[in-house]
Ligand binder design. Sequence first.
Ligand code: F2R
Ligand code: MG
Ligand code: MG
Ligand code: MG
Length: 310
Amino acid sequence: TGICVEERFVGCLLGLAVGDALGAHFEGQSPDFMERRYRSATDLIDHPPPGELWYTDDTQMAIGVAETLVACGRIDDEVLCSRFAANYLPQRGYGRGAKVVLQAMCDGEDHRFWAENLFEGGSFGNGAAMRVAPVGLLFRDDHDAVWEQARQSSLPTHIHPLGIEGAQVIALAVAIASSFDQLDRSSFFEELASRCASVEYSGPLRRAGRLEDDRDLGLFGNGIEATASVVTAVAAFGLTPDSYEETIGNAILLGGDTDTIAAMAGAISGAYLGVNTIAGHLLNNLEDRKQGRTYIKQLAKNLHGRHADA
Ligand code: F2R
Ligand code: MG
Ligand code: MG
Ligand code: MG
C-alpha cells in the first residue's frame, strides 16, 4: 500500500486523540450499557455523540511526551516534567494519583516523593501507557531504544514495574506497526510477548495473538490498571488491523476505561494505516483550539522531522 512515514506519525497522534476523545464519552460505563446502546462498532462510529470531540488527559500527556522528544531527541526527565506541568489542566480528567504528582510538579514540590509513596510500589495505572506512543514513533528503528525510552517516559509518574512494562508494550507495538505495510500478526504478538519480563503481559499477549472473535476481547480486561487495558488495546488492533474504525469501536464497546483503551489502540492503528484512514466526520470534529487538531498534526510532523534527521 505504501503509506509514507509522515502519514503514519500524524495518523498515530491523531488516532490517539480521536480514540481518546470518542472514548471519553463512555469512560466508566458498563459493557451492558454499551451493548444496549450500540449494535456494533460500526454503529458507534456512524452515530457518535453529537458535538465537538474533546480529548482528555491521555492526549494532553502524549502531547507533553511528543514535545519533549521534538525538543530533545530523547526523553529528558526535567524537560518532560516541565511539559507535563505546563500542560496540566485538571478538568481533562486525570487519575487519582496522577493528579497529586502533577500538582506537585506545578508547585515545584518534590513530585518524586508522591510518585513513590501514593501507591504501594508506585502506580501501575495505565497513565504511562496511554501517553507513550510518540516514543514508539521516534525510536521505531531501534527496538532496544524504544524499550528504554518508554521506561524513561514512565518514571515521573509510574515507577511500578507493571506500569512501566505496560508503556513499553504500547511503545513497541506502535514502533512495529509503523514499520510494516503488511503486518505478520503472529510475529507481532510474539515479539511483544518475548520482550516482557512479567507473565501478566507475556501470557495474555500470546493469547491475544490467537484471538479470533471480537466477543472475546473483554477477557483481556477494561480497567484503569495497565494490566487490565494494555493487552486489550493491542488485541483490539490485532483483531482488525485493516480498520481504524472497527479497532477503536470494538475497544469502546467494552466499556470501562474506554478513552484510554481506544487511545492506545487508535495510536497503534493510526501508525499502521496512516492518517487518511481516520474517518473525516470524527477527525474534523476533534477540538481545534490551542493544542487541538492542528497543533497535534504539526507536532507529529515535527516529530517526523526529528526521525528523518536521526
Ligand atoms: N481518571 C480517569 N478517569 C476517571 C475520572 C475522570 C473524571 N471525569 C474527572 O474529571 O476526574 N482517567 C484517566 O486516568 C487513567 C490514567 O490514570 P493514571 O495516570 O495511571 O493515574 P494513577 O492514579 O497513577 O493510576 C490510576 C488508578 O489505578 C489504581 N492503582 C494504580 N497503582 C496502584 C497500586 N500500586 N495499587 C493499587 N491501585 C493502584 C488506583 O486506583 C489509581 O488511582 C486513564 O483512564 C485516564 O483516562
Ligand atoms: Mg482520559
Ligand atoms: Mg499519569
Ligand atoms: Mg481513561
